[in-house]
Structure formats: C-alpha cells, structure tokens
Design a protein around this ligand. Structure first.
Ligand code: CAA
Length: 267
C-alpha cells in the first residue's frame, strides 16, 4: 500500500508508507551517492516531522540506495565555508532533529555509509545492514573531523581503540565487522532490497506494540547514554511505574491473563 501523494512532494528524498503503520524515507540523490546537502536535510526533517505527527505510524525506516546509504555531508557544498559562517550559523545544527524523534527510527543500510552517512545511521535507533554495507568516518582525509556525532557515537558503539583506529585512519568497516563489533544489530541476507524489506518487517512488529510503552522504552534506553547507572536505573523505574497509568498496561496484562492477543489503543 504505497502512498503516492507523499512521494510527490520532495526533490531529494522519497517518503512513502509501505504499510499503514510504517513511514519509509528513501534518500534519493543517486548521482551524488546521497551526499547530505542542506536542502536534503530540510526535506528529511520535514518527512520525519510528518511521520511523528501521523497517528497511524508507529515506526520509521530510513534508507538510501543499493550503492550508498549516504556518502557523507556534501563536500562540494561545504568546501568554501569559512569559520565565521560555520560557527555563526551553527553549521550542522539542522542535522539533529532525527535524534528528537519519539517514534523509533530504523536505518536500513546498503553500500556506503560514510562520514555524515555513518553518523546519520548511528542517530537511528537500530541499524540493519546489507552484506554490502561499508561504514566509516573518512573526514580525516579531508582535513576535518566527524562533526555530527561520529567521535562520540562510534566510540560508544565500538570502544575507544577501534573508534580511534577508524577515525584516525579513515578506513572503512565491513558489514561483518560492524555486526561483530555491535555497530549494527544484524546483517541481513544478500539481495537487492532485502535490507529494506527486513527493516519494514521490523518496523511493523514495533508498530504493533503499544506506542506509549515503545516510546518509553526508547527514551529509557537512550538515557543509558546520558546518565550514570544509578540515575539511569532511577529514571527507568519511574518510567516503568508511570506506565501503570496507561490503558495499554491494563489491556496488555488482561489480554495475557485471558489468553488473547492484546488490542493496544495507545492510551
Ligand atoms: N559530497 C559530495 N559529492 C559526493 C560525495 C560527498 N560526500 N560523495 C560522493 N559524491 C559525488 C562524487 O563527487 C561524484 O560526483 P560526480 O559524478 O559529479 O563527480 C559522485 O558522487 C559519485 O562518486 P564517485 O565517482 O566518487 O564514486 P565512487 O564509486 O568512485 O566512490 C566513494 C565512492 C568512495 C564513496 C567516494 O565517492 C567518496 O570517497 N566520497 C566521499 C566520502 C567522504 O569523504 N565522506 C565524508 C564527507 S565529510 C562529512 O560527512 C562531515 C561530517 O561529519 C558531517
């Protein structure tokens, strides 16, 4: 069930609904290997905001092409920027909206996810990789460093020594290493479109749960990156307790006791 009207409105991305509960956003600048220009990011932010508002949608899938999820920030757009402009306009600040999403976002990565492309994938909640996926932070080859979270999120995912080696040399990580080292949750089977198909199935499964508990779970897991263990556990316990104020908790537990499938109403 595609949504053709959603597909018409963008130049650099395609937004569609392969299922009523899932928004699929496809980065679509094939000639530039989905280089993340500002106009592309503004469209992406708009599509994400629409998905967040859409009451039927429970999860989002973000993908690129078979050749490239995204080959990084648009180097041609960036190359002449001066310090005053970068600092004065807080360059790349428009990249963070995806991290404010309450609904889960799954990255379906085929081909290159380099620089800002790797950082964008790491801003998502789950990364699924095709066997062709190649992750990396090649900014060092351009005389800069990762600027959209690479030095932080890659280090959280892989540990200091591996992150240092990758960021200081600019060398790529294969899909298998990314899986072995915990950067991606899994590598799917070979085949064109396979990773997107798997990501949509995963998004559908998540969207079939109660929205409030999914959002609370996402918020609580993300909090583990920000807080120490004691504060994190405290935060989790309070959120857990607060879910007893929801109809979904009553429904979920009643359904279990009555041996039937829960019918969540997201309340
Ligand atoms: N920005 C702008 N254009 C890009 C691009 C980028 N990041 N990556 C690829 N392109 C363009 C190329 O310039 C080329 O355009 P033309 O046909 O007009 O010349 C087109 O996409 C196809 O690319 P290639 O011919 O290079 O394709 P390839 O298959 O030979 O190589 C690649 C693929 C190894 C990914 C190579 O394109 C590459 O190294 N790209 C740059 C990767 C990179 O350095 N990314 C980091 C960017 S900086 C950043 O992201 C900062 C941050 O932290 C936010």
């Amino acid at each position: 069930m595609g949504d053709a009207s959603a597909e018409a409105q963008y130049e650099f991305i395609i937004a569609s609904k392969p299922n009523p509960t899932v928004t699929l956003i496809t980065l679509n600048r094939p000639k530039a290997l989905n280089a993340l220009s500002s106009p592309l990011f503004h469209e992406l932010n708009h599509a994400l905001a629409q998905a967040e508002l859409d009451k039927d949608v429970g999860a989002v899938v973000l993908t690129g092409s078979e050749k490239a999820f995204a080959a990084g920030a648009d180097i041609k757009e960036m190359k002449d920027i001066e310090f005053a402009e970068a600092y004065g306009n807080n360059f790349l600040s428009h990249w963070t909206q995806i991290t404010e999403m309450k609904k889960p976002v799954i990255a379906a990565v085929s081909g290159y996810a380099l620089g800002g492309g790797c950082e964008l994938a790491m801003m998502c909640d789950i990364i699924l990789a095709s066997p062709t996926a190649k992750f990396g932070q090649p900014e060092i080859n351009l005389g800069i460093i990762p600027g959209a979270g690479g030095t932080q999120r890659l280090t959280h995912a892989l540990g200091k020594s591996r992150a240092m080696e990758i960021i200081l040399t600019g060398k790529n990580i294969s899909a298998l290493d990314a899986e072995k080292w915990g950067l991606v949750s899994r590598v799917v089977a070979e085949g064109e479109g396979e990773v997107v198909k798997e990501a949509i199935e995963l998004a559908k499964t998540i969207a079939s749960k109660g929205r409030l508990s999914v959002m609370a779970a996402k918020e609580s897991v993300n909090t583990s990156y920000e807080l120490g263990l004691r504060e994190g556990l405290h935060f989790e316990r309070r959120l857990f307790q607060s879910l007893f104020a929801t109809k979904d908790q009553k429904e979920g537990m009643s359904a279990f006791a009555e041996k039937r499938k829960a019918a969540f109403t997201n309340q």
